[in-house]
Design a protein. Sequence first.
Length: 407
Amino acid sequence: MARLRGDGHQAYLVGGAVRDLLLGGRPKDFDVATDATPETIHALFRNSRIIGRRFRIVHVRFGREIIEVTTFRGHHSSGDNHRKGRGGNHHSRQSAKGLLLRDNVYGTLEEDAVRRDLTVNALYYDAGTFEVFDHVSGLTDLAQRTVRIIGDPATRYTEDPVRMLRVLRFASKLQFDIDPDTASAIGQCAHLLREIPPARLFDEFLKLFLAGNALATFDQLFAKDLLAYLFPETDYQIRNSPTALALVRAAMDSTDQRIAIDKPVTPAFILAALLWPSTQQRALELQERGEPPIPAMNAAAQQVISEAARHISIPKRFSQPMREIWEYQLRLQSRSGRRAAELVDQRRFRAAYDFLLLREEAGDDTGGLGSWWTQFQQLPLSERLEKVAGQKRGTHRRPKKRRVNKA
């Protein structure tokens, strides 16, 4: 900010960092707003790069820290906006349905504040004068612990339907109430989420469920009927099965607890919980048609993931471990032989075991598998081998038919 001001530009700390500081918290990242164009910012900082097409912003890197710098936005209704001395290619474009496709119209601080999504995220801090600038009553909403969309909610959701997800995410994160008008417009605009590319929805999925507020966010999405536009099969399953709902909520709560104590988390585990009810049901249906258990599970997983990917992208780096967690639910049923003894040392065992415990917590009857594996994994390999050696393998195997000699 000092370098931008030294070059004759305005520069303010903006958004979540200002909000969190005013709430007495510790910001995780910092965003800067300025009247300098992306090209000017890039010229001032060699350690920067311009990203984005729909919204052009600049990432300035300092070691591992990335400062996101945005140019003040103007009113997109200005259309192709070419301002003297501010470079070219500054324009906005909307789809026939009102969705913003490009929005690089530059403006003033006041215009920029009105263009932001939530009032509590539209506060600007001047590090030079130690002042906070508020043009949208964000300080009032902060004091009243309210999440409110700036402007007409239906219009703002039409411009960018992802704003509905952001409303629920910040209400969950901050434990704020949602302004009634902001909330009521979600019902009439929820279908607009179908217009959002699956890749962008996956980015939002990460923000929704990997910020330490997964359970509260999930409950908000479920209550406001937005989950159906991210995971339609999951939404159907959990509305018809208390066990499925309990499993997903347990996975969300477990993720929150791990984040709270700085343990690693992976999207694959949450995805496994969200899509397990549909996968389990399809696998059982395939087994009833004569498919062996593991091929049935693999086929069901392929079907469920393919259908889910039509709504939200699931990168292979997450879909593969998710499928392994599911397959291990079958492998954990076997408690005999060397394979069972060595399963504990496999890379995916811990995640599969944790998933098994969540299933039991949710009310899924596994025949006591959880407690058996809890005790078994504590043993050294030699004792594990000794324990499983005396157990009959595969009580589920079909008995051999006796040959009868006919006279």
